[in-house]
Design a protein around this ligand. Sequence first.
Ligand code: SF4
Length: 342
Amino acid sequence: MKAPPDDFAGRVVRWQRTHGRSGLPWQATRDPYRVWLSEIMLQQTQVATVLGYYQRFLERFPDVRALAAAPQDDVLALWSGLGYYSRARNLHRCAQAVVDTHGGEFPRSAQVLQTLPGIGRSTAAAVASFCFGERVAILDGNVKRVLSRVLAFGDDLASSASERRLWDLAQALVPAQGEDMPAYTQGLMDLGATVCLARAPSCLVCPVREACAAQRAGEADRYPVRTRKLKRTAQSLWLLQARRGDGAVWLEKRPQTGVWAGLYCLPVFDSAQSLEDTLPARVPRQALAPFVHVLTHKDLHLHPVVAQLDVLAPPGPGDWFGAGDWPGLGLPAPIRKLLEQA
Ligand code: SF4
């Protein structure tokens, strides 16, 4: 591993101010509510997708108190389609904690921000550096890639001890002046998103190429090192699409843990037989083509069955919802698609 030149941070800051991304709605503010909201939305989701959601969230919940006071169903409904719903549940819990424990003001230090629901070390650092100029390092997936290349950091990031070492190195690189922190933090994010890409990094136009040990050795592809791959699992679920004569569909609230926690959903069964057992014998039913829905660590093999009936002995608490209600409900993306296709 090599030490970068002293002005690594300066290069990032100067480049960000002239060539980095600007003009995104969350970049024009130091309001921690807005910055935090964008950071949570941008985890696992592309900027282009986040833009519309961010706008709608701010219209409906203009500040942390409005979000904290909203019913969870309203938050999940607005989040519907962004995926990774634990983010939305934690977002809501975090807003409530900010109001209940911190008087409606976000804490100003990354250390305290990290104690809030859904705020990890890197997100806490992003909020503290963007909004309060705290000299604290971020280390999300993109930044791990950039820094492990710049430093030729060859330790296996699957090990938490290695990751802690990289955190320490990242912290040692931050600018001396807090006023440079927003541009530095944004600059690292921009480098990871637009220049130092996972495949085929654009080293020729990279502002830190002279400071980059991996580039000098012609080995950018070697970093980051991570041996352990996430194990994927698969699960089969049967979905009962019970339709009343007027087109309304029976939907149930999912439990607060597990797949699609807290969302409205068609009744879910773990076998075709258990779904069959719920239906009266003479009810007409039709199995639709099964399909796969991919979650982060799991492939869901979904088997929808449509049944026409006006009365259902439901497996869980729920209600009939007509097509006019669906847009206002927090529904998993594949369920929304199924309903809209019918
Ligand atoms: Fe990444 Fe290449 Fe820049 Fe190094 S020089 S940080 S490998 S883009």
